[in-house]
Design a protein around this ligand. Sequence first.
Ligand SMILES: Cc1cc2nc3c(=O)[nH]c(=O)nc-3n(C[C@H](O)[C@H](O)[C@H](O)COP(=O)(O)OP(=O)(O)OC[C@H]3O[C@@H](n4cnc5c(N)ncnc54)[C@H](O)[C@@H]3O)c2cc1C
Ligand SMILES: Cc1cc2nc3c(=O)[nH]c(=O)nc-3n(C[C@H](O)[C@H](O)[C@H](O)COP(=O)(O)O)c2cc1C
Length: 749
Amino acid sequence: MKVACIGGGPAGLFFARLLKRDDPRHEVTVFERNRRDDTFGFGVVFSDATEEALATADAETVADMAAQSHRWDDIEIHYRGETLTSGGHGFSGLSRRTLLDLLAARCVESGVRLCYEREVADPATLEGFDLVFAADGVNSAVRERYRDHFGPAVDLRPNRFVWLGTTRPFPAFTFYFKSDPSGLWRVHAYQYQSDRSTFIVEAREETWASAGLEHADEAATIAFCERLFAEELAGHRLLSNRSIWRQFPTIRNACWHHGRVVLAGDAAHTAHFSVGSGTKLAMEDAIALAAALREHRDVTEALVAYEAARRPAVESLQRAALASLQWFEDTERYMRLEPIQFAFALLTRSLRVTHENLSVRDPAFVRRVDDWFAGSGPVEVRRTPESAPPPPMFTPYRLRGMTLANRVVVSPMCQYQARDGFPDDWHLVHLGSRAVGGAGLVFAEMTDVSAEARISPGCTGLYRPEHVPAWKRIVDFVHRESDARIAMQLGHAGRKGSTRRMWEGDNQPLDEGGWPLVSASPLPYFPHSPVPREMTAEDMEQAVADYVRAAGFAVEAGFDLLEIHMAHGYLLASFISPLTNRRTDAFGGPIENRMRFPLEVFDAVRKRWPAERPMSVRLSAVDWQPGGMEPADAVGVARLLHAHGCDVVDVSAGQTVPDQRPVYGRLFQTPFADRIRHEVGIATMAVGNISSYSDVNTILAAGRADLCLLARAHLWDPYWTRHAAHALGHALPWPPSYETLNAYRPRFV
Ligand SMILES: Cc1cc2nc3c(=O)[nH]c(=O)nc-3n(C[C@H](O)[C@H](O)[C@H](O)COP(=O)(O)OP(=O)(O)OC[C@H]3O[C@@H](n4cnc5c(N)ncnc54)[C@H](O)[C@@H]3O)c2cc1C
Ligand SMILES: Cc1cc2nc3c(=O)[nH]c(=O)nc-3n(C[C@H](O)[C@H](O)[C@H](O)COP(=O)(O)O)c2cc1C
């Protein structure tokens, strides 16, 4: 094959090297617009794991790289006058210039033709080539030339950063967080050769502008940063190399190949410097395409196979990079955290490092985190000075007079098994087994305040005095037979009522036997759903009375916590979201108005609910639909709830409108709980795709939420918490009938 590589960066050079080495019959040419010794940037970072993976493709080149790298294990975090060190991270820094030099040398050795000072803006000008490998970097001209085919999307991030070098050799991967009158500055620094480190300075746009850096050239930037970081640089100088203030572009492409042209490296995708992976991704692309070309004789087939192999890994890293860069965009939010928690939150920001794998890398650091966590909660953890702290999820928690044995919560889950609102044996077994399964708190499903407030004929209710003993039987079982507490979630379906049971058609209207609906505005859920009546003042008064009556029944039944459901598009949520509230009276318009009726309900119930028992509210923090609720709006809602005496916000998302476009993923709603917790200063519960013990411990220890709710994971495994305790070596008392399990041997043979 005759192959052209546009761009002599890590992707272009490594691909050329691999291809020619694999089959010397290929004719491979690299076109690079710069001179051979013009290279921009300072050091690049590789983890040990990345180096191992690269070595399987080209051991010789990776050995060259390792010989010239500076290796370190520690991450050092300088925050509020303390230095926190976490070990076991295994990274190497290498000069970008050295990397490009040694890749170019390997290319020459393998017989690749290197053409410097040759710019190729349009692949059409390259005649006679079977394949054009477009590795022309972040501002790729090739990508722009065929943008209709590649479908690029560039997300320009708001923070400003500048890429500098320094003569100070930092001993570890070092983060500084330093405030001056303009705001907070972050530094990411790491050594890449014995007398050089990369030194990236990052700030919010307003901080950067207030420091007068909008028009700063390289000299002014260096002067400013040397002054600000004089102490950290310890007499060393900063170095520039086309060091201008920029915004990071996250680049994605709908497709990576078109005809004989294929995108790779930064031209195809970027991650973020805080996960240090641009060069790694570029080199992995090269490996994947070289492998695909070995396997497929047909170029198109190889390009399809290359994209199929690389896209999932790239997208996964881009998700981690997004979480990481957002953490640095939001660092101001975390500046009140205790140093150890701040450090843990920083280390676990991308979701790739968790409590569990950090405890493998650095057990002493995690022990310090757990020690601090156990001592920082509202309930004293009884232990001797020698005994290990409990894992964060087994640290007790208190809200008003309710103490939870641990932080795992069974999320409310409608069962659609009730008749006339009565919970029965199914509910006893469903909730009872999960309480015995070890969770600290078990939520009963959304239980409706009137027969017309039900979602479906199978929903439970608390609107008849006879419902009380049916619920009390379950509450008494949980209290008698387990250490769990039990919560009631009160709801009113609003426009999402009068539907079939979930498995007969989710949210689909009943064919017969339905009932009239009310909502904030007369908008049907689906076009074919019944149109609800816009609530009148009398309707609202009636609904408040229904909620208060239900709260009284919940007191009688003995529930420990009461939650008001204001999420998922049901009645109260229909007032909160601008998508479903089109009212022009005092209950529509700005958020204070839209919250008026939900707060009336909350206040009335709070009055009826005993002062020593806590109350929570479930919110949809985002509607996943333009014009709907955004996370910043949810912060405003939570602030109002906090002022009205809500103890904890249960942070869910979506389900407001049927054409929502959610972004699912592991822990996808946790960032909203984190934001509300820190910006409002109220306790939060995180929910949504939480399923591993490690994620629960990480969320809690990092301060992203106070409690973790698991729904589907508890459908799989009612004993989820017991399994977690076993895996984490934590003793959880068994009911007496199961005590033999603790003896580890059968007593009755
Ligand atoms: C200014 C800057 C500094 C950086 N510094 C660092 C750093 O210190 N450490 C780090 O880890 N990462 C750094 N990065 C990010 C990192 O370089 C990339 O993620 C990684 O190099 C991607 O490799 P690549 O081969 O895809 O692209 P690049 O390394 O960007 O290489 C693209 C190459 O294509 C050439 N080129 C572009 N257009 C044409 C054309 N039309 N014709 C011919 N040649 C062309 C460019 O001159 C360049 O040499 C830096 C990025 C930039 C933009
Ligand atoms: C079968 C089922 C029923 C649910 N019923 C309710 C409910 O009654 N009230 C509520 O607020 N959320 C309800 N949800 C949503 C869950 O409480 C939870 O927020 C959601 O499933 C995300 O958590 P997960 O990823 O752990 O499943 C239900 C979820 C499931 C799977």
